[in-house]
Design a binder for this molecule. Structure first.
Ligand code: DP6
Length: 402
């Protein structure tokens, strides 16, 4: 290889999805390795609507590892970033020593520059750390030529990130080994399995969450006996039932389990001492709205779930989307009723009957919801082949447009 070419950075860009848990992960048995107290299960959201893009470059000329997140340089010494970098380099070294020709030996001694952006506002309180760490680990693996199981490394960035390593319906098996080697994510069904399933993210507020999930779950593990009961005696059965509901595409069973599990997670937060509140008055109104809507039709057509913040994620079937979106729009009248209220997959028009409005019978809550992102289940991380999409220039620094 000519001498000057070795100065050219090796650049890889990848994208990774957000996931939303329908059986929640809350609580660790090992803080450093990020090992959970229960298994969990999620749906990977489509990257056309929500994704992280990460570019990783390695070069002999780089002096140190560096990272830029959403346009701002961040501290690379963060322990979770260090865990992911260390584990990928360790795996690459091991593979090279085992004689794997795919490993880029030269880059193993090189420093990395990392640049990552989300296509959704971080402040919207959507699970950006899961997509972020999944994308980081996937891109690092590509740049160093590492293949195979990577969810165990993504897990060490953020627990829920291990589930963003796969598309469709994904379980994170808690495992029981002390070293965490069996605490991995696994696809339950691919994204093509249930094409009628639709997901609506109701962005309730742009405020940042009051208590982060990492510290929140620490306090819950220490103080909540409901959480202990949940992890030991409730979740194992629910994992089996949920997998079965998904396999059979049984929406009513899927929806009921999803809502009950979200409610029990938030009940465990309330059982934490001092208590943690993630739901606000808008979230509570959405819960009432969903139950009244289902009751009106005498069947479970819609389900809600909430993570460590007030935004609701709604699951429903394609045929109910137009009406339900208009129900939301009616009971949470936005400032402007324009197209801006609904982002993502197009939603057809629907009219609401007086009977339905009266059946629901709630007082409208103006401006309670900022906007809705309409999406569906989607694929796992991907390599972006087009070099014009790289977030780092050939000098290894972020493009100025960011
Ligand atoms: C409520 O994965 O963000 O979204 O492992 O400490 O990084 P750390 O926590 P994180 O927790 C996610 C919690 C949740 C439920 C879930 O996604 O399963």
């Amino acid at each position: 290889m000519p001498e000057d070419r070795t100065e050219q950075p090796h650049i890889v860009t990848c994208t990774a999805p957000v996931n939303i848990a329908v059986i929640k992960y809350w609580g660790k048995r090992n803080e450093d390795l990020i090992l959970p107290i229960n298994s969990s299960l999620s749906v990977t959201l489509h990257q056309d609507q929500l994704k992280t893009t990460t570019t990783v470059a390695t070069s002999r000329s780089f002096q140190e590892d560096r990272i830029w997140l959403n346009g701002k340089e961040e501290d690379i010494t963060h322990p979770r970033l260090q865990s992911c970098l260390r584990e990928i380099r360790r795996l690459a070294r091991k593979r090279r020593n085992d004689g794997d020709s795919g490993v880029d030996s030269a880059s193993l001694s090189h420093k990395v520059h990392i640049c990552s952006v989300n296509n959704f506002p971080t402040a919207a309180g959507l699970a950006s750390s899961a997509a972020g760490f999944a994308c980081l680990v996937y891109s690092l693996a590509r740049v160093f030529g590492v293949e195979g199981e990577l969810s165990g490394i993504a897990r060490q960035g953020s627990g829920s990130a291990c589930r963003s390593m796969y598309g469709g319906f994904v379980q994170w098996i808690m495992g029981n080994k002390e070293d965490g080697k069996d605490s991995l994510a696994q696809q339950v069904e691919p994204e093509t399995h249930w094409p009628e399933l639709r997901i609506l993210v109701l962005v309730a507020s742009a405020e940042r969450k009051p208590v982060g999930s990492t510290s929140g779950m620490q306090t819950s593990v220490k103080t909540s006996c409901l959480l202990k009961h949940r992890a030991e005696s409730v979740v194992p059965g629910r994992m089996v039932e949920m997998t079965e509901a998904i396999r059979k595409k049984d929406f009513a069973a899927f929806a009921e389990l999803t809502m009950k599990d979200s409610n029990q997670f938030h009940a465990s937060c309330l059982d934490t001492y001092p208590p943690i509140f993630y739901l606000n008055h808008v979230s509570q109104q959405i819960i009432s709205l969903v139950h009244r809507y289902n009751k009106h039709y005498g069947e479970t057509r819609v389900a809600y779930t909430f993570d460590a913040g007030p935004n609701a994620v709604i699951f429903t079937l394609q045929q109910h989307v137009p009406e339900f979106v208009h129900v939301v729009q009616h009971f949470f009248p936005p400032e402007t009723n324009g197209a801006d209220f609904i982002k993502g997959l197009p939603v057809n028009c629907a009219s609401l009957s007086e009977e339905l409005k009266q059946g629901i019978g709630l007082e409208p809550m103006p401006k309670g919801i900022n906007y809705i992102i309409s999406t569906k289940a989607g694929p796992g991380p991907r390599v972006v082949e087009d070099p014009t999409q790289h977030l780092l220039l050939s000098d290894g620094f972020p493009k100025k447009t960011m």
